[in-house]
Each structure stands twice: as C-alpha cells, then as structure tokens.
Design a protein around this ligand. Structure first.
Ligand code: UDP
Ligand code: MG
Length: 320
C-alpha cells in the first residue's frame, strides 16, 4: 500500500436520502485504490438528518471526517472548506448525489499518477436533466467562454481531482472564490480531463433552484470578466451616435417645417424608454461589480465552521 493519501471532498446539503449510498459507493471505490484515503464530508447547514447520519458513519469508520457549517453557506463555500481542510496528497471533489460516478475517480487517479496536477471530469452525456437545465447550461458555458479571459473548459463541473500543490495555491488566494472551476483553471499547472456520462440524481431533489443557478452564473461571469464594463462603453458610444443622427434629423425637420415635428410623440417615447433602459442596464452591470468589491472589502470569512468531527480508531476501541 502506498502511503500517499487521497482526500475526497463531498459537499452535502439536505442529502439524507443519498448520503449513506454515497458513503458506500465512495468507500467501495477508494478501497480498490492503492492509497489511503479520507472522506471529508462538508455539511452545509442541512436542515434534515444529514448530520446525524454522517456522525453515525464517522463513528463506524475512521476514514470519515466531517466539517459542520454553522449555517448554509452554499455549494462553493462548502467545496472551498473541503479543499482548505483536506490533508491528502490530492483532493477529489465530488457531489453527494452520485450524479458523478465514483468509479471515474480511478481514471482521475491514473492521470494524476502520470503527472497531471488537475484532472477534471468532462460530461459526455447528462442523463435525467431537464431540457431547460441542459439548454441553459450549454448556453452559459458558451457565453462564459466568450466573455472570460481565462479559459474555463466547457461542460465541466466541480467533479475533479487536484494535486496538493494546486490546493496549496488555492488555499492562499484571498479572493472569496465563488466559482471554483474558474479559479482552478486560472491557477494553471498541468491540466487534463477524463470523459464520463453524468447520471441522474440517485435520490432527493436538486439543491440548485433557478435562483441559485442565476446567482452562480453571474458569479462566473462577473468574477472572470470585465467585458460587461466595456460593453457599457460601447453601448454608450452607440447611443451617442444615434442621438447625434436624431439631433440632425429633428433640427432639420424643425427648420424645414416638416409635419413630423408635430407628430413627434412616438419618437420621443421610443427615445425615452430605449435610453432609460440602456442606462438602467449599465447601472445594474456597474452595480454587480461594486457589490463584489463591497463583498471583498468586508473581508468576512466565506464560511463558519461550527465543529469538525472525527473519531480516530483508538477511541473506537475504547468505546466498544
Ligand atoms: N450543495 C451544498 N450547498 C448548497 C447546495 C448544494 O453543499 O447550498 C451540494 C449538494 O448537497 C450536492 C452538490 O452541492 O452534493 C450539488 O448540488 P445538486 O446536486 O443539488 O446540484 P445539481 O447537480 O442539481 O446542479
Ligand atoms: Mg446534482
């Protein structure tokens, strides 16, 4: 047995229906590798029995460690905490719902042994997702690609393996990383991918309603691109040009006594609504950046850990 260790980070929010199954599937896979491992579950303020089930698993198996959040801080915060707390030579990030098949970890570890420092899972197919989710995800990744200066691979999620060197760099970033797949691409190192088919959720409901999806997508865009700001400048230039043309037209209409001047209601309404729309949009875009600057400047921690739970084997013997 190699004395290297693999940390598997599993964010979990209200996953009582799958968490046991997830533990079992991960254990089966990890037992087959030549490495020691730890299963690091991050309980993101679940309101159901997730934490008590995890606690029970931790008592039976010393591979299980739990990071218990003080409240729900979100998926990305949970993954961040997992990477921060991981002690292994590499860290695997996987969802609790078994949509990402744990067997793929074998392929990832193989690539890691070949010397790659980041191995991300690329989704070949996505089973059991609504047409809306598929379409919006595909649109989002293509849009992000065009907007962002960092190359963020398409059709990948947070299911990936990162070497401890990458985790170390990640841990030292002071930015409040809300878009982990982007940050890891940005960090660099030798990156590669393995392809896999994404399954349906093993049980339970998605924890990403539309509202969270939109917030997540705007984090991806606004933290990885300043192009929206440049877009404002372009829109401004365009409106100045249009305004100039309208100005020339209305002055000449006035001077030449064209009847259009009397019937100008439509054009005025159009101009007012169009340009106030553009202004509001521009303010909104600027607001997105200001809100992010404000967030960063407060310097609050990204998450708060209530407790970490781990029962080493010795303690178990005493209890038995
Ligand atoms: N998750 C979390 N905190 C949240 C929402 C989700 O830790 O606020 C976890 C969830 O338990 C799961 C993973 O993030 O392990 C992905 O969530 P989900 O499967 O609901 O997202 P989807 O696959 O539908 O995009
Ligand atoms: Mg899922």
């Amino acid at each position: 047995m190699d004395d290297k260790c693999i940390s598997v980070v599993v964010p979990a929010y209200n996953e009582e229906e799958v968490i046991r199954q997830c533990y079992k599937a991960l254990t089966d896979v990890m037992k087959c590798t030549n490495y020691t491992y730890e299963l690091l579950f991050v309980n993101d303020g679940s309101k159901d029995r997730t934490i008590s089930i995890l606690d029970e698993l931790a008592r039976q198996d010393a591979h299980v460690r739990i990071v218990n959040f003080a409240r729900n801080f979100g998926h990305q915060a949970a993954v961040t905490a997992g990477i921060n707390q991981a002690r292994g030579d590499c860290v695997v990030i996987i969802d609790a719902d078994l949509q990402d098949p744990p067997e793929v970890i074998h392929d990832m570890v193989e690539k890691w042994e070949e010397g790659y420092e980041v191995v991300y899972g690329k989704r070949r197919k996505r089973k059991g997702e609504t047409l809306f989710k598929l379409a919006s995800a595909s649109l989002f990744y293509r849009f992000l690609q065009r907007m962002s200066d960092t190359h963020i691979p398409r059709d990948t999620g947070d299911f990936r393996l990162i070497d401890h060197k990458v985790a170390h760099v990640f841990n030292r970033l002071t930015e409040r990383n809300k878009f982990i797949r982007g940050i890891i691409s940005w960090i660099g190192f030798n990156q590669t991918y393995v392809e896999y088919d994404r399954n349906e959720r093993a049980a339970g409901q998605t924890k990403y309603p539309l509202r969270k999806m939109i917030a997540f997508a705007s984090d991806g865009i606004f933290s990885f691109s300043s192009k929206p700001l440049k877009l404002i400048t372009r829109m401004g230039l365009l409106t100045v040009v249009i305004a100039f043309c309208v100005l020339v037209y209305s002055l000449s209409a006035k001077l030449l006594h064209l009847p259009e001047v009397e019937r100008g209601w439509t054009s005025i309404m159009t101009a007012i609504t169009l340009f106030s729309g553009v202004q509001m949009l521009s303010l909104g875009i600027m607001g997105e950046y200001i809100a992010r600057i404000y967030d960063e400047s407060k310097n609050r921690p990204q998450y708060i850990i209530k407790e970490t739970i781990h029962y080493p084997q010795e303690e178990l013997h005493i209890q038995e």
